[in-house]
Design a protein around this ligand. Structure first.
Ligand code: FES
Length: 158
């Protein structure tokens, strides 16, 4: 299955934020699926038996997260943006960074959180079919910026 954004056409009219992604089998086989859900580009991933959904464009500068590697940092599973290697936790969308606490000896860098930077969405499975529900919680998340028409015009996307 292509990782290019495929427009979601199967939302029920009464539930604007829900999108059918595919059968579990198809999603597991693809590993990564991109969908445009009501104007929002979302990446759905299958990794080690779990499913995750998050905004497709990296909160830092709009990098293509569908091409990022998945690695663990400080015991947390992250997608690493291919552009500038920012680490984003898959489950929460937190941006991680390394810091050294000068008061703790021996000095050693540890992974810390900048808070939620990438909007994550809910994935559900119903009878072998996978759906995503867009997160509509109030308050801006930095990745929202790269989901705007303004940004799409800048990158020249139709
Ligand atoms: Fe993702 Fe810069 S755009 S790290």
């Amino acid at each position: 299955e292509s990782v290019r954004a495929q427009v979601c056409e199967m939302s029920s009219p009464g539930d604007q934020g829900v999108c059918f992604v595919g059968t579990r089998e198809a999603v597991v086989q693809a590993g990564r699926v991109v969908r445009r859900v009501h104007g929002r580009d979302v990446l759905v991933l299958h990794h080690q038996g779990a499913l995750y959904a998050l905004d497709l464009h990296c909160y830092h500068s709009g990098g293509p997260l569908q091409e990022g590697d998945i690695e663990e940092f400080g015991g947390r599973l992250c997608i690493v943006c291919p552009w500038h290697k920012y680490k984003i936790t898959l489950a929460e969308g937190e941006g991680l960074y390394q810091a050294v606490n000068p008061l703790v000896k021996p000095l050693r860098p540890v992974w810390c959180s900048k808070g939620v930077k990438q909007r994550v969405h809910q994935v559900t499975e119903v009878n072998g079919d996978i759906f995503i529900r867009l997160d509509d919680s109030a308050g801006a998340v930095e990745s929202d910026h790269y989901q705007t028409e303004e940004y799409r015009l800048i990158v020249g996307e139709a």
